[in-house]
Design a binder for this molecule. Sequence first.
Ligand code: ADP
Ligand code: MG
Length: 703
Amino acid sequence: MSEALNVADIFGEDVFNDTVMQERLPKKVYKDLKRTIEEGKELDLATADVIAHEMKEWAIEKGATHYTHWFQPLTGVTAEKHDSFISAPLESGKVLMSFSGKELIKGEPDASSFPSGGLRATFEARGYTAWDCTSPAFVRHDAAGATLCIPTAFCSYTGEALDQKTPLLRSMEAINEQALRLIRLFGNTTSLKVTPSVGPEQEYFLVDAKKFQERKDLIYTGRTLFGAMPPKGQELDDHYFGTIRQRIAGFMKDVNMELWKVGVTAKTQHNEVAPAQHELAPIYAKANVAVDHNHLVMQTLKRVACQHGMKCLLHEKPFAGVNGSGKHNNWSLITDDGKNLLEPGKTPHENIQFLLVLTCILKAVDEHADLLRESAADPGNDHRLGANEAPPAIISVFLGEQLEDVIEQLVVTGEATHSIKGGKLETGVRTLPDLAKDATDRNRTSPFAFTGNKFEFRMVGSRDSVAGPNVVINTIVAEAFKEACDVLESSDDFDMAVHDLIKKYAYEHQRIIFNGNGYSDEWVEEAGRRGLPNIRSMVEAIPALTTEKTIKMFEEFKVFTRAELESRAEIKFENYSKAINIEARTMIDMASKQIIPAVIKYTKTLADTVISVKEAGADASVQADLLSEVSSLLTRTKKALEALIVVTDQASSMEEGADQARFYHSDAVPAMEALRAPVDELEMIVDKEAWPMPSYGDLIFEV
Ligand code: ADP
Ligand code: MG
């Protein structure tokens, strides 16, 4: 297959990457830019002009006519405004293609309609995009032609973050600073930078585009709001890792090609648990690049699906009763010279560092479990977390048997060390090199699992940006590192101090460790006894953003200000209300205009049948029974519909904010469920020909 052989050539061909920069930029300019990328040194305008010019020339060779500052406002999706390269016409009537350093570095989109949670009202109406030169620019080819995309951060005039990326970059600086302190304490004098690395595994569904078009719920909300289970679900587990069907295989091939061209390391693809569900994982990258790439993955999945006559569903729960979609966020800390701080390591010396890192993470996760939970909250994820499927809404950490055992020993022998003399911990630590890296037990139910040399945060929703969760992980771990370094730097006896600290952290935070089945009811009870929070819904999760504990931490590490956090909480409440409002109104629309009319027609057919069968002198009792069953469900449907209309009107007339969101959650959501129930029962008994939309079976088994 010639195409397969070309991957190495194709990879990154549309990216303004290091090789291209080295080839095209004058030496001094290249060096200056590298310094900006690696050390955050400011770029002067003259240098930026040269870079912009070369970038433009390169992009034009790739066919680009426009450029865009590509950014991630708080809508959850990326945004962009396109400008063409053309400048004002010359006297000759011709135009030049131009792109200045200023245009590269800073953009000024008309930002007034992006959510800001009151920030712009209080500060300044303008929003600015600023070039994130640590994530490479690329040329995207689509129906609009070719566009030079410049990854940017989006801030207000006075520097308040209005996007996902700004706090992410800030949190990366925070963890870098504290992690460097930590490794210096262990004698590392050579690493210059520590970067969080992220590999997000993306789950998604594919459905046929024609059938999708026949479902208003999918069109407006991305999930089905009605739908009875097909006779066959996922109970046979025959889809997971099953052979990939030809239509899907063709789709995946194109997705990979597109992603490779823009430098996304699409690596693993397979079928997932549910029918029509699949997964794509790239090779991990620096957190900000991984976030950008994940957006590219989601956009590419959607675009290529359309080209193949399909629709890609990124919603967390497109089908009730069928496995939902998440995004496992694999996270580790890696130095610029390639050392992973989460690698258990070979020598006891490094293992102590590993144990400190590990126990700091336990502490961080235990102390900020509510915040971590919040980072995965989104209206769609409410159907996964804490519902009938994993992961549970309770944060716990899975370490695997061996590591858990080490921690237990630390807790126990740590207590005894004083009487046995100082060598005990070392013995405990010497057992570490034996740690099997691939602990055989792969617990799939844990929300925060140690998997060899990384942590895997599994709560994140499939549609969400992974920026938020990584901002939280980076910052809470930075805080734990800082506290540890404060103690260790000021101690006279480092070995003793680090020993005590590891023991203390392991002891104080062992309650967060859980290796059992996270889906079980016993765990819910046990977690309650341990005092671990069980936050079941988005509206209950959001307040974690604005507790004094959270604000203090984010302000200390300059990741968020109080105002930014308050604005984000406000936006989240509003987003929740809007999402539920759209869902409720879509249900009302479908029930009133499609389902009830179809069922009425069906009852007429049944009634006519009853009459004519009776007239013909035969027994019409089956038809009559069915008619009365359908009629009574129809009555229930109509009542539930009316109730939903009342609740939705009431909710949408409330003032925007937390109370409104809580009302949507407490009243609108149950009213939606009450409408769905009789409709799903109807779908089971009404003639398929009469049902006004494709069924679950049609959608997920016939792609
Ligand atoms: P799984 O066992 O969950 O299938 P994989 O080994 O396939 O895990 O990796 C899942 C994701 O984790 C991939 O995106 C991979 O690149 C990423 N990953 C692997 N090692 C690391 C690491 N050290 N830090 C962050 N992500 C990593
Ligand atoms: Mg995984």
